[in-house]
Design a binder for this molecule. Structure first.
Ligand SMILES: Nc1nc2c(ncn2[C@@H]2O[C@H](COP(=O)(O)OP(=O)(O)OP(=O)(O)O)[C@@H](O)[C@H]2O)c(=O)[nH]1
Length: 592
């Protein structure tokens, strides 16, 4: 609804909207577009109210209603009647306000616009409060469809502001302040500056009633600033009036009077009679404080005539209180007592209205309902938070699950790959190992020797190769059995492993023939190795062989030449081995 947003905008820029609606009115008037014309008037009326131009409000309402009637625009009629109600309330014309709000309610119903219906209902309750019928005001608020009004910020604000002021009236200051604070918060977020200033003002009066002058002053100042900013003269006057009341209470009579003198003309020209009366009564207090009794009397008389047209019990009570104070100052105690008695009777009347049992009951019910709504909202918020938390947890679990399953996959795959690698390695190891002795087999030692040849060439090292063959091995097998022969081979593997340096290698070439591969050994070293192995072979008995049996072997040794291949190297070593056998065995023959 465009016009709802326009109302909010008008509340922040009343002057701009007065101008804008004037142009619209001229345009639609020319074009005889009555419905638009009526809506433009409705908006203009609000803009006038927001800037405190009460004197223009009346005429604009009449014009607007004329066109709204012509166009039969229920919405325009409702809006105009709502503004008319506020206009009369401002002036203290309660009977007229009551008539206007009835029209507003009828038109709102006919328009079918739920928000307007609720707005009119809340305003109806406001009128009741102003007429002192708090019980009915509360009943009306109680009957409102809570869900419907909470959906619209303006309605929430109206509701909380009104119920807050009722609570303040009956002295339930804490609850009252809470409601008005709620209204202020909502209006700050959703409504215009004028609405905010009114609520700042209401909150300040609440703090004042609760005896917190400091807070009251702060909020009145904020209200004053906003009213000044949007050129709301009436708003400025309201704030000045309240600040003056605080001044007078604190015996700053001159400052109070100065502020009241600025506010008063505005109230008067706006026709805000209740405020005019209150200002005059405040002035009376100030003059009594400064002992300017003539001025006090003049204000009292003016106040009396204004209040007599308003028929407001609260105002009558204050008026009589002031008269009583005035007569005390004059030392006319008889008259003072009379007025005091009258004042007390008005006070009792007001109290009776506000302390009515029915009022208390409805208030309790309303508060419970309000609490329930708040609880429900809190519950929903809680649920939402929990959902969010659950969502967070779920995604957290999901993440953990992904990480764990990822890790599992990695572990399983790794284990599988490791197994494969192990199997391959085992296989490779097996393929390079001699089954009987566990020493490197022919393939392995030949490979080692070939690699060694390359290494020796690259690193300028000396590689040497020895070929070893047992002497009369056939005889061992034949004489003591094949097993014993096997054990002799196994012993050789053990001995070779212990006797060689880490950088040297050995392997079984086949049968009882072995290859030894050395790096950087001299001929002398070769002899030592030959002798050591012979000695070690016979250092302890081999089962199946007689203790004194001496195992011997022959060895051919040669240093590698840079151009040697394995075959040429092997052949040279094997040749000298053959020579060793030939020369009687159990010897080492070295060749270059
Ligand atoms: N126990 C056992 N004997 C083997 C193995 N491999 C080869 N032999 C035997 O080793 C013997 C080799 O004999 P020969 O080649 O005649 O040589 P030798 O008897 O050592 O005589 P010379 O080398 O001339 O001193 C054969 O009898 C083979 O059967 C083996 O793995 N275990």
């Amino acid at each position: 609804q465009e016009w709802q947003q326009q109302r909010v905008d008008a509340s922040s820029n009343p002057d701009a909207w007065i101008k804008k609606t004037s142009e619209l009115i001229e345009k639609y008037d020319d074009q005889r577009q009555f419905e638009e014309l009526a809506m433009a008037y409705a908006l203009q009326v609000e803009a006038y109210r927001y800037s405190g131009h009460e004197s223009k409000v009346h005429a604009a309402i009449d014009e607007g209603l004329r066109f709204a009637e012509l166009a039969d625009s229920k919405i325009a009629k409702t809006l105009l009647r709502i503004n008319q109600t506020w206009y009369f309330l401002q002036r203290g014309q309660l009977r007229q306000a009551n008539t206007s709000i009835i029209y507003a309610i009828e038109n709102a119903k006919a328009s079918g616009n739920k928000d307007l219906q609720i707005e009119a209902d809340i305003l109806h309750a406001q009128v009741m409060q102003n007429t002192g019928d708090i019980a009915r005001a509360l009943q009306t608020l109680e009957q409102l469809n809570r869900n419907a009004y909470t959906a619209h910020p303006r309605l929430q604000v109206e509701f909380h502001a009104l119920i807050g002021s009722i609570y303040l009236d009956v002295g339930a200051n804490d609850i009252g302040l809470e409601h008005i604070q709620d209204a202020l918060d909502i209006s700050r977020e959703h409504l215009g500056q004028w609405d905010v200033s009114v609520l700042e003002y209401n909150l300040a009066t609440g703090y004042q009633a609760a005896g917190n002058d400091e807070k009251a002053r702060q909020h009145f100042e904020t209200a004053l600033e906003i009213s000044k900013a949007i050129n709301d003269d009436l708003g400025v006057a309201y704030a000045l009036f309240q600040m003056a009341s605080i001044d007078i209470e604190n015996e700053s009579y001159q400052q109070g009077l100065e502020r009241l003198n600025r506010a008063m003309p505005q109230f008067k020209s706006a026709g805000a009679h209740p405020m005019e009366a209150q200002s005059r009564l405040a002035m009376v207090s100030a003059y009594l404080g400064t002992n300017e009794l003539e001025n006090a009397l003049a204000e009292l008389e003016d106040a009396s005539s204004v209040i007599n047209t308003l028929a407001d019990d609260q105002l009558y009570q204050t008026l009589n209180e002031r008269w009583s104070e005035y007569y005390q100052s004059r030392e006319n105690y008889k008259a003072a007592l009379e007025h005091y008695k009258t004042s007390v009777s008005y006070m009792q009347k007001v109290r009776e209205q506000t302390q009515d049992k029915q009022v208390q009951e409805i208030m309790v019910r309303l508060e419970i309902k309000e609490q329930e709504t708040t609880n429900e909202l809190l519950k929903k918020e809680n649920q939402l938070q929990q959902l969010e938390l659950q969502e967070q947890q779920t995604s957290y679990y999901l993440l953990v699950w992904i990480i764990i399953s990822g890790l599992l996959v990695v572990i399983i795959v790794s284990a599988f790959l490791y197994q494969q690698w192990r199997a391959r390695k085992n296989f490779a190891e097996l393929a390079l190992k001699d089954d009987l002795t566990n020493a490197p087999n022919r393939r392995a030692i030949v490979r080692i020797c070939k690699k060694g040849l390359e290494q020796a060439r690259e690193q300028q090292r000396q590689l040497a190769l020895a070929v070893v063959d047992f002497d009369y091995f056939k005889a061992i097998n034949d004489q003591f059995g094949h097993d014993v022969g096997d054990r002799v081979l196994q012993r050789f593997a053990e001995v070779a492993k212990l006797s060689l340096r880490d950088q040297d290698n050995f392997g079984r070439l086949g049968g009882e023939e072995w290859l030894l591969v050395f790096f950087d050994v001299s001929k002398e070293d070769a002899k030592n190795i030959f002798e050591r192995i012979t000695q070690e072979m016979n250092s302890k008995p081999i089962s199946g062989l007689p203790e004194d049996y001496r195992i011997t072997f022959s060895m051919g040794f040669t240093n590698a030449h840079p151009e040697d291949s394995f075959d040429s190297l092997y052949k040279r070593a094997d040749d000298v081995l053959f020579e060793a056998k030939d020369k009687g065995r159990e010897r080492l023959i070295i060749t270059d």
